[in-house]
Design a protein around this ligand. Structure first.
Ligand SMILES: *Cc1c(COP(=O)(O)O)cnc(C)c1O
Length: 464
């Protein structure tokens, strides 16, 4: 243990390489450890054993929460760090309640998320809204909910700030500003959210134009999902110089989330510990130099939930275009009863999600494999489950057990974040999938029913 910690300190001297060593982060996720027997037990918890279903593991969630708490609240640091869960990653009330129980606060991306987490019984004082859309009409809707007067706000634009400060009730709940520090970072261009090409937050050079009849107590920034730690820390440094120069009453620096996790075999997760250490050191130095007592806040989504979830699906078909005439171009395909309607990330970001296969009747799957492209069930050529990480339209072959037949199972890794929450619900009229929580006790319980067929068209108005 001691040796590993020493090696982490040595890593601090480099420009934050993507280190593999992990002390606080569990290296194996439920995806790697799931047994044939556990899988069958989970499937039997589904009504009529119908897949696909999202399955979340409470123990792994708790281990990720603890990893963050330990990394960002070490006993030897004088800096306080608050953890907010970016609930857009996964918004099922049961998951939200686990976070609330563990003392985690919430970051919301819309007024509707605020109402949803309040509906889960969360203390409104722990809820903060930093959103792309915030209108007077939405504030009026929120106002009607008892307790909403305790919700906090961060303005993401000058117009949002005007809207908030014009509101007699909410104007005292505005803590500060979301700032675009001028650069961002993410594992895909579509997951970067800061820099000149992105519309999130107030552009750093335009802060001069922000009205001055309001006290900034918090500066907030989030530069992207799966960001390079070097840039994440650079944004921390930059925002602190901003706070020192401009915001004498600022008490909290929210550094956002974006900590990269590995969902696919080509992904490299970051090691949270050296990043946390460095962030705490930067703030400690700031407080020493300025005599202030700045606190920090982090706001992860993926780090907390991504690998706590798997998607349980079934093999439905296999076919091939590989013949003598198509030699170079043909492929063998395996089709699953899931796809971009449950897991949009591969099509959107070329995202990688590892797959494990299980025979239905036996633990023996055989060692012979065939290179195959795994595809989803939607009528879209872009519904690839194994795509090239740099091009979501390019096919990627992976070794698939030759013994697989329709009815056998596939589990997909890392679907706890931005899968259920981001689903293309009802495309091809597939009903929304069920969600299951595997409690710490080992019991698998349904936390969201599969949508009933009749619900798909329930809001349609019959006029023809
Ligand atoms: C989405 C989001 C996060 C969380 O990002 P992850 O990559 O899931 O950690 C944090 N803060 C804000 C403002 C966000 O929009």
């Amino acid at each position: 243990m001691t040796l590993i910690i020493i090696s982490l300190y040595i890593n601090l001297n480099f420009a934050f390489p993507m280190v593999d060593s992990t002390v606080f982060t569990a290296t194996t996720t439920p995806f790697e450890t799931l047994s044939h027997a556990q899988l069958l037990k989970i499937v039997s918890a589904l009504p009529d054993a119908i897949t696909p279903a999202y399955v979340y593991f409470e123990d792994y969630l708790l281990s990720q929460i603890n990893a963050l708490k330990q990394a960002f609240r070490p006993v030897d640091s004088a800096i306080e760090c608050n953890i907010r869960y970016a609930m857009k990653a996964q918004s099922n009330a049961n998951i939200l309640k686990i976070f609330a129980r563990e003392g985690i606060h919430f970051d919301c991306s819309s007024v509707y998320e605020v109402m949803r987490v309040m509906g889960a019984g969360v203390d409104p004082g722990c809820i903060e809204l930093a959103s792309q859309e915030l209108t007077k009409g939405q504030l009026d809707m929120l106002r009607k909910i008892p307790g909403s007067e305790k919700v906090k706000f961060v303005a993401s634009s000058a117009i949002q700030l005007d809207t908030l400060l014009a509101d007699e009730q909410f104007k005292n709940q505005v803590l500060g500003l979301r700032v675009n520090p001028g650069f961002g970072s993410g594992y895909h261009s579509k997951t970067v959210v800061a820099g000149p090409k992105y519309s999130f937050g107030i552009w750093h050079e335009n802060l001069d134009q922000i009205r001055s009849d309001f006290t900034v107590r918090k500066i907030h920034s989030h530069i992207g999902a799966g960001s390079d730690p070097t840039y994440w820390l650079k944004s921390a440094e930059y925002l602190m110089t901003l706070i020192e120069k401009r915001y004498p009453h600022c008490e909290v620096l929210n550094l956002g989330g974006g900590f990269k996790v590995a969902r696919g075999d080509l992904d490299k997760a970051i090691d949270i510990l050296p990043i946390a250490r460095e962030a705490l050191e930067i703030v400690t130095a700031f407080n020493k130099r300025t005599g202030r007592t700045l606190k920090i806040e982090i706001e992860p989504g993926s780090f907390l939930v991504a690998n706590s979830g798997i998607l349980v699906a079934e093999v439905i078909d296999r076919m091939s275009t590989r013949t003598e005439t198509t030699a170079g171009e043909g492929h063998n395909f395996l089709k699953l009863n899931t796809g971009l309607n449950e897991m949009t990330r591969p099509a959107l970001y070329g995202a990688q999600h590892s797959i494990r296969f299980f025979k239905r009747e036996t633990e023996e799957i055989g060692s012979e494999t065939i290179p195959m492209v795994v595809v989803g069930h939607c009528c879209e050529s872009g519904d690839l489950i194994t795509c090239d990480p740099s091009d979501s339209n390019a096919l990627r072959e992976v070794p698939v057990p030759a013994s697989l037949q329709p009815g056998d199972f596939a589990i997909l890794k890392g679907v706890g974040a931005y899968c259920s929450a981001m689903s293309l619900k009802n495309y091809n009229s597939f009903p929304e999938a069920a969600e299951v929580l595997v409690r710490s006790s080992g019991e698998a319980v349904l936390i969201r029913k599969r949508q009933e067929f009749g619900q798909i068209a329930q809001n349609e108005v019959d006029v023809v």
